[in-house]
Design a protein around this ligand. Structure first.
Ligand code: BES
Ligand code: MN
Ligand code: ZN
Length: 507
């Protein structure tokens, strides 16, 4: 969808999206539309329950006195409560509505009500981003769609009082769009298409943006004794890869150690020999979303030439049952030297992270580590799809990640670590088992396992299993791969490492 900015000028044809403030507060465009239509807008309001509350909509077709085909009134809510996210959501929902009508063009007359704290440029750019994010579609495998089934809206013109400034602010958000889009594309790909090798190749293409890309193949990982990751991979015909994406955006930093982002990239999780049930197993194509998110964040940082040093490490494997697959009862030796008794081959993400975290720490000596993983089904039981689970040894990391999540509407909720549950990982034969003895506290046990592979570096673990795939459309996110986490980490990074706040997170 093409997004353009222009100065307010009431269109006389086509589709007009008109925001209305809480308690039927009209901006200049709404007043003009009402006047030109001989009061049709106010009459329509009187005939409905629409009062301008956030998320309310009211559609007027062919209003008298105007040559407009369609007028879509959308509620703005209270002006003091308006944030960038409000405009993202408003434009996302309105454009999604219009795109189902057959209209190819629409004007959003974005007059800001008195009391709104945002500048017209910020609000306009946010609206553009929201519409662009919502218009995402993964349609590369559709071949028979008719024109009626395709989204119709091709051009959205956002009218604001500062159109040049809004266009510039929107252009500055292009890397955000590119990062989220990359993550959604990766998460949406089926596992026969996105094998670890293909995923690594897509990462290699990011070198064009100035990222230093390294790809370890199976032999290289064997040389580093990555028995935990390789044990997961050994049942699959698709060999594993370990990718690192290094962004050196701040060569003058006093502390040259990067922030490390480590992602679980299980391109398909069948469960292995501890095979999953058939129902919903197709969802496990998105078990690589942790790695997909890290790739998207690195794409974003490089795209906006962030003044930070960050490395992304992606553990890419497929978990399959076969004659060569690892068995329950097997003992593997991780790169750290710690041995693991495999109790359940479906608890594979933590095994991948064990070696990826060790590699990140050994190779890049990071100042902080954040890992992202669709690690446990239990996090869905605990937090649903409202929050990602955050586990961390560092209160400052917890505060900063929580604040960043709030700011971009990608919330996290801090969960506890537990030494008592950690004891449940004790094995009779090896240094640890890969699962606890029961189902209770599953996400905490997963986090405790991962923690065993992190040294003295401040660390946070995000269990994003509930967040990366959506079964329904919402404001800026069409159903499917959400791209969750990309904007969260970008905001965390800009606030922590590029802002006023000291980058000393914990020691
Ligand atoms: N990839 C799954 C977790 C998952 C489940 C993600 C549902 C998204 C939706 C993970 O590898 C897994 O299978 N975890 C097991 C752990 C158990 C065997 C200790 C789980 O959650 O059941
Ligand atoms: Mn699993
Ligand atoms: Zn998994």
């Amino acid at each position: 969808m093409l997004i353009e900015f222009s100065a307010p000028a009431l269109p006389t044809t086509g589709t007009l999206i008109l925001p209305i403030g809480q308690d039927k507060v009209f901006g200049p465009a709404a007043e003009e539309a009402d006047r030109l239509s001989g009061g049709a807008v106010r009459r329509a309001l009187a005939a409905s329950r629409f009062t301008g509350k956030k998320d309310e909509t009211l559609e007027l077709l062919a209003p008298t006195g105007l040559a407009l085909a369609r007028l879509l009134l959308v509620g703005l809510g209270k002006p003091e409560a308006l944030t960038a996210e409000s405009f993202e959501t408003l434009a996302g929902n309105a454009s999604a509505y219009i795109t189902r009508t057959g209209e190819t063009e629409a004007v959003l007359a974005l007059g800001l009500p008195a009391g709104c704290r945002l500048s017209p440029a910020t609000a306009g750019a946010a609206a553009g981003l929201g519409a662009a994010l919502r218009s995402y579609r993964f349609d590369r495998y559709r071949t028979t769609e008719t024109a009626e089934q395709k989204p119709s809206l091709a051009r959205l013109i956002i009218q604001v009082t500062e159109p040049e400034a809004a266009a510039a602010a929107f252009a500055a958000l292009e890397p955000v769009l590119a990062g989220v889009t990359l993550t959604r594309d990766l998460v949406s790909e089926p596992a026969n298409q996105l094998t670890p090798i293909v995923f690594a190749e897509r990462c290699r293409a990011l070198a064009a943006l100035g990222l230093e890309v390294t790809v370890l193949d199976e032999a290289a990982m064997r040389a580093l004794n990555m028995g935990a990751l390789l044990g997961v991979a050994q049942g699959s015909a698709n060999p594993p890869r370990l990718v690192s994406l290094l962004w050196r955006g701040d060569p003058e930093a006093t502390d040259q150690r990067p922030l490390a982002l480590v992602g679980k990239g299980v391109t398909f999780d069948s469960g292995g020999i501890s095979i999953k049930g058939a129902g919903g197993m197709e969802d496990m194509k998105w078990d690589m979303a942790g790695a997909g998110t890290v790739a998207g964040v690195m794409r974003l940082l490089a795209g906006r030439k962030a003044r930070v040093n960050v490395v992304g490490v992606l553990g890419l494997v497929e978990n399959m049952p076969s004659g060569t697959a690892q068995r329950p009862g097997d003992v593997v030796t991780s790169a750290s030297g710690k041995t693991i008794e495999i109790i359940n081959t479906d608890a594979e993400g933590r095994l991948v992270l064990a070696d990826a975290l060790w590699y990140a720490e050994e190779t890049f000596k990071p100042q902080q580590i954040i890992d992202l993983a669709t690690l446990t089904g239990a996090i869905l039981i605990a937090l649903g799809s409202e929050y990602a689970g955050l586990f961390t040894t560092c209160d400052t990391l917890a505060e900063r990640l929580t604040a960043a999540g709030k700011a971009v509407a990608e919330p996290v909720w801090r969960m506890p670590l537990s030494d008592l549950l950690d004891k449940d990982l004790a094995s009779d034969i090896a240094d640890m088992k890969n699962t606890g003895s029961g189902r209770n506290g599953g996400s905490i046990i997963g986090a405790m396992f991962v923690k065993r592979f992190v040294g003295d570096v401040p660390w946070a673990h995000l269990d994003i299993a509930g967040m990366v795939w959506s079964k329904k459309d919402t404001g800026t996110v069409p159903k499917g791969g959400t791209g969750y986490g990309v904007r969260l980490l970008d905001r965390f990074i800009s606030d922590t490492y590029e802002g006023q706040a000291s980058s000393k997170v914990c020691s």
